[in-house]
Design a protein around this ligand. Sequence first.
Ligand SMILES: [Cu+2]
Length: 334
Amino acid sequence: MTRTDTSDSCCKAGKPSSTNAAAYDPVATHARYIARSMAVTPGGPALTDELRAGMKGIPGGIFEMGARRSTFPADLDSPRRKVKVSPFLMAPTTVTNSDFARFVEATGYSTVAEEEGWSYVFHLLLGDNLANWPESPPGLPWWRKVDGARWSAPEGPGSDVTSRPDHPVVHVTWYDAVAYARWGGLRLPREAEWEFAARGGLKNKKFPWGNDMMPGGRYAMNTFQGEFPKVNTGDDGWIGTASADAFEPNGYGLYTMTGNVWEWVQDFFGALPEAGVMPATDPVGPAGGYARVQRGGSYLCHVSYCDRYHVHSRTQNDPDSSAGNGGFRVAADA
Ligand SMILES: [Cu+2]
């Protein structure tokens, strides 16, 4: 079984490395958690209609997927290749804390982090409690394993989300994202759809708005400013998560496609769709695997360490992993 290697990796934390890796059984883990996702009762047609009405129509088309050149060859994100995507619907923002609260209220669903009793929190967000949580995944001392960290208590015991209902829900695994989508009668975006949508109708640009990281000298997304991982100046206005509708939307009306939180997509991690004379149409990713793709980067991305805040950037993570910089958005067929 391929194991996600977090040591060369960026501002995300994978699961097995800090639990008992030898005892970690990905097959049994998958079976257990996907069964919980599928046990969620769909909210019904009225809910689905409501949620679809809030989504943006993304036109289909052919685009060049991937990076011209890889910063991280293990990401398998280059070279670019032509891909065709059919029209679909995409949520303008990531799922927020208030969205997720409604889902939990309706279904009684409890997340993987709640089941397992812990999640990863970035050290600078722990304040005076930092010393209480010394455990980190190997090589990633800025991630702390915090008992009780969960979507409704993002910094662990004593924290809550009452002051940030409009921020992205975090500490959610791929299974939690699938469960939410099932409740809404929606689905996760495919990776190709996600990138097509992130580009906002622009051709071969690095960001959802163009090629300048700071257009007109202004911050356009929530990433890390300062000296990673020790000093976060918050110059872009945010230290942790930002509101899900912070900054300007892209050409398709979508907010924070880069920065803020990593977004789970449906696909297994693997090679990008094959390049060919005829572009791949609506590719669905590898037929099998374990790790799932995350897109968009997060509030912890910094050029000194992890510049995965581009529209072409990708990473992989264990589907049962959660952290304070991981969220998702939903999509649907047109
Ligand atoms: Cu990053």
